[in-house]
Design a protein around this ligand. Structure first.
Ligand SMILES: [Cu+2]
Length: 469
């Protein structure tokens, strides 16, 4: 007997549904728990049976970043006294209420019309009106209760990435729970039994839902910090999108050629600077939930140490000094350093294509071509024609500001700098370190002390050092 593909699919889904019903009945009988079956989503049966076995917090792996006994109870950690809240450039923290000793958060999965930079907007999906979703911040020992309301037109779940929690709070659709149907609200509850930088994201149709922006960060502060608290503690989430000029929806089906590379869902120059006072201890928490690309993030003017990963604290003896850290897809890296070098310092992905905006990859290679004959010939029929790209991409960055751009695009738009256009976009931001700061608003451009600005060499200098040009 032969089946068509359609018959096979129909047959296998009927068999699966039958198996689910049989299993549900068997469980209901064995636990005497028949009343708890739920049918919130059409065609999906869900058996809720909370086991009688007590859940004990994992403790055999001694490398978990942990400063408490996971079974001890603590008062909910308070900002200011128990931790220094993170700074989220272009972002926000999720507010919470304390109810009977638990920190109660409410996430709403929903559509977001997001602006990546002035001139570039897209219909994304996110949480609580933004992508990435707001940062969930708590302290080791806190009891965390998160409600997730699904206001999307499709089912979803939320996964707590790298958090050590009970298996069926893990949010993997089908494996840990059934999907949350549109209109439903699910409750997730777990204790923060270790500290670090973690993430949350959809675990249902991840290619679409993570790709559309359903990502966020979770920061758990240590209850009894072993290292000095940082004065400036920044949370930065990396992501990538494909938004073709003239369109308003990220294409999540591509697997290369992402043209919008973001830090907290902004491209430079829309990324808010990281403002720091000289001498402060700085922490950068960097998470990457891009679809396909790992990002080597480079910090100028300083060296740092990677003090934590999402798996735990790095022992001091194992901390490598670095100036670039690779943040792979699905990883967080926590860097620490003292900001001891005043200036405006670039912080960016070192993949050169990741600091560009919506660059067309089908352009002919014009580098080194003499454009004059071409401009003359084409200029005869197209007045004002100018061949682009003959000096690389930088000339496009400056010309693009006075060319007509396609609708909804920021392709190659130049970014103003203190000395000339910066000509960077995408996954690029600036750390502004200053000796004097009234507050943490943008202090403007750095004014270099006398004698510390690169400038044309004088004839006398060239002669003195025997430099022939
Ligand atoms: Cu990158």
């Amino acid at each position: 007997m032969k089946f068509t593909r359609r018959q096979m699919l129909a047959y296998s889904s009927a068999a699966l549904a039958g198996a689910a019903l049989t299993r549900g009945n068997a469980l209901a009988q064995s636990t005497g728990d028949a009343g708890h079956g739920q049918h919130g989503a059409p065609g999906v049966s869900q058996h809720v049976s909370e086991s009688n076995a007590a859940y004990s917090h994992p403790r055999a792996n001694t490398w978990y970043a942990r400063t408490i006994d996971p079974d001890d109870t603590y008062d909910p950690g308070q900002p200011g006294s128990d931790y220094t809240p993170v700074v989220i450039p272009n972002g926000a923290a999720l507010p919470f209420r304390i109810v009977d000793g638990a920190k109660v958060f409410h996430l709403t999965a929903e559509k977001v019309f997001h602006e990546f930079a002035p001139g570039l907007k897209a219909h994304c999906w996110g949480y609580n009106g933004r992508t990435p979703g707001p940062v969930i911040e708590a302290v080791e020992g806190d009891l965390i209760r998160v409600y997730l309301t699904n206001k999307l037109p499709v089912p979803t779940t939320v996964h707590w990435h790298a958090l050590i929690i009970p298996c069926n709070m893990d949010g993997v659709s089908g494996l840990a729970q059934r999907p949350i149907a549109p209109g439903e609200t699910f409750k997730y509850e777990f204790k923060a039994v270790h500290h670090g930088t973690f993430m949350y994201h959809s675990h249902k149709d991840t290619m679409t839902q993570e790709g559309m922006g359903m990502v966020g960060m979770v920061v758990i502060h240590p209850r009894k910090p072993r290292r000095p608290r940082p004065e400036r503690d920044f949370a930065l989430m990396l992501h990538e999108w494909d938004i073709e000029p003239g369109t308003y929806r990220p294409d999540t089906s591509v697997f290369s050629g992402f043209n919008t590379l973001t830090i907290n869902a902004k491209v430079f120059p829309a990324t808010e600077p990281l403002v720091v006072k000289s001498g402060q201890r700085v922490r950068l928490r960097i998470g990457n939930l891009s679809a396909m690309n790992h990002h080597p993030i480079h910090l100028h003017g300083h060296a740092f140490r990677v003090t934590e990963t999402d798996g735990g604290e790095v022992p001091e003896a194992a901390q490598w000094p670095e100036t670039t850290v690779l943040v792979s897809v699905g990883q967080t890296r926590t860097l620490e350093f003292i900001a001891d070098n005043p200036g405006d310092w670039a912080v960016h992905c070192h993949m050169t294509h990741h600091v560009m905006n919506q660059m067309g990859h089908e352009l002919p290679n014009m580098v080194g071509v003499d454009p004059k004959p071409l401009n003359k010939d084409i200029g005869a029929s197209v007045p004002g024609y100018m061949a682009m790209g003959t000096g690389g991409m930088a000339d496009m960055a400056t010309h693009a500001t006075h060319l007509d751009m396609p609708e909804n695009s920021i392709s190659m738009r130049s970014s103003p700098g203190p000395h000339s256009p910066i000509g960077m976009g995408g996954m690029f931001t600036i750390m502004k370190v200053r000796d004097e700061l009234a507050d943490y608003t943008d202090p403007g451009w750095y004014r270099p002390p006398k004698g510390t600005l690169a400038r044309p060499a004088t004839r006398a200098e060239l002669a003195r050092d025997d430099i022939k040009t």
